[in-house]
Write a protein that binds this ligand. Structure first.
Ligand SMILES: *Cc1c(COP(=O)(O)O)cnc(C)c1O
Length: 483
């Protein structure tokens, strides 16, 4: 019997690194990272001019051979990373800041390097439990009842989609196209996007004109629900905003919960920006009623200062998530049956997923909730300081006092019509940002363009607010014609 010749095995590729290489890689990256983080306050706030040229310069075909690691680090830290908005800077007051805790970066390194599978409980019971602890802590922060639970997602948008699909599944027949969801016209566009992805026509998302304080008007809500029912439509969900991205307004969540209850609707709260203020006493007061929600969206990458890519959906009846999402397959292990054990793959669209629990768990365990509460309280104070200062600035018109850590303001130069006023404010915003010490963004409300002032980074302190006020005053002064 002749020996069969074994097929040749290609030479092993050098992907399994020796320990000294692993250490050296991390150390070299660490040198760069530490220098980067320590220079954050003095880096320009935005360096995206020439971005297209850079993007085109970086294009290349699939490389067949490798490039030395240090050269790649030089490229990243020397050219690619600096050409961006400095979203991690203490001066970043744009959109909704967060900052990106370093702890989470280390947790991600551990999570990725150990590469455990957390989609199903059986594959890493301890790690899945740590992630479930995080979700239990979040439900406790919001005072949601026993039986609530949820899922960490990539962000608020994905969390909104999961919540809406769950609401659709719980409250509508399989032919759901007549279902209608209600929110104010200040709601985040993630709702409209989610509704579209979930199979609703855009006109089934009723964005009702918000009141003069940018809150969903309950009277109007009740009226429109009745009108829609009379037209044969199926109202199924009302969305409250717990801190809009436009002005930071918080809807009357208690009143909305009441309407939802009376009307038999699912009550969803978008707390992506504002939710973690529930850790503070003032925040809890502002967010009263959030504990009545059927589902809530939180963004740990905003209010807990985590790196981008960490959102969360919480559902009052955890099993509703499973009813809406779970599908079995013969190649997967049998579903576990203990009430207190979770399989994250049954609660949302993802099967395989990154071990994102660790990046929340590590900083909370290292510092405790008290540290986060204090940091968030500081943000509430800073927004009030900035609001008070701008309220006293001649020629400045402020919006409502900040309910949380965000407010809007603008100038109203005499003799300018609405359009000219918007142009003047856009110019002013760009003059402030051009100083490169702070970065703000604007938004268009019913009565025109406003500049937003949003404080949320853990790195932002009193001195940075002073700097922002200095730059605002300087930009305002520049507008005066020379004497
Ligand atoms: C940021 C935000 C969202 C969207 O969340 P992403 O994490 O960016 O996907 C939704 N709603 C509100 C109020 C937000 O601030």
């Amino acid at each position: 019997m002749s020996r069969r010749k074994l097929p040749k095995v290609a030479a092993p590729m050098p992907l399994e690194l020796p320990s000294r290489t692993m250490r050296a890689m991390v150390e070299l990256a660490m040198d760069r990272i530490v220098r980067h983080i320590e220079s954050l306050p003095t880096q320009p706030m935005h360096a995206v001019a020439g971005g297209k040229k850079l993007a085109r310069m970086l294009r290349e075909p699939l490389p067949e051979t490798g490039t030395p690691y240090e050269r790649l680090l030089r490229l990243l830290f020397g050219r690619v990373i600096p050409a961006s908005l400095n979203t991690a800077s203490p001066g970043y007051l744009a959109y909704v800041p967060g900052g990106g805790l370093f702890h989470s970066a280390v947790a991600d390194l551990i999570a990725d390097a150990t590469n455990r599978y957390v989609g199903m409980w059986q594959a890493a019971p301890g790690l899945v439990q740590l992630e479930k602890n995080v979700l239990d802590w979040f439900t406790a922060i919001l005072a949601l009842p026993e039986g609530s639970g949820g899922l960490l997602t990539t962000g608020g948008s994905m969390a909104t989609l999961i919540a809406l699909v769950t609401a659709r599944h719980e409250r509508l027949p399989p032919e759901f196209q007549r279902g209608v969801v209600y929110a104010s016209d200040d709601v985040h566009h993630a709702l409209t996007k989610s509704a579209r992805i979930a199979g609703f026509l855009t006109e089934r998302v009723r964005l009702l004109p918000s009141d003069e304080h940018h809150r969903l008007c309950t009277k109007e809500l009740v009226r429109v629900i009745a009108r829609d029912r009379a037209a044969g439509l199926l109202p199924f969900c009302v969305v409250g905003s717990a801190g809009t991205v436009n002005t930071g307004a918080v809807d009357d969540l208690v009143a909305l919960a009441e309407v939802a209850k009376q009307e038999g609707l699912w009550f969803h709260v978008d707390a992506a920006y504002g939710g973690f203020f529930a850790l503070t006493e003032r925040g809890r007061a502002s967010l009263r009623g959030i504990e009545l929600a059927d589902s809530v969206v939180l963004d740990p990458h905003k209010g807990l200062f985590l790196p981008y890519g960490t959102g969360c959906v919480l559902v009052r009846d955890r099993l509703a998530l499973e009813r809406a999402h779970a599908v079995r397959a013969p190649y997967l292990p049998a579903k576990q049956s203990d009430e207190d054990i979770v399989d994250f793959c049954d609660m949302g669209p993802e099967l395989s997923r990154d071990n994102r629990g660790l990046r929340v768990w590590l900083p909370i365990k290292m510092h405790g909730a008290a540290t986060f509460r204090a940091a968030l309280d500081e943000k509430l104070d800073l927004a009030r300081v900035a609001f008070a200062a701008l309220s006293e600035e001649p020629g400045v018109e402020v919006g409502d006092a900040p309910e949380l850590s965000l407010f809007v303001w603008r100038i109203r130069p005499a003799g300018l019509d609405a359009e000219a006023c918007d142009i003047a404010n856009r110019r002013l915003l760009s003059a402030i940002n051009q100083r490169q010490r702070v970065h703000m963004t604007g938004t268009t409300l019913r009565n025109g363009f406003f500049i937003r002032f949003c404080v949320l980074s853990f790195r932002t302190h009193r001195e940075h607010i002073e700097r922002a006020l200095e730059d605002i005053r300087a930009a305002l002064a520049e507008r005066e014609p020379p004497a």
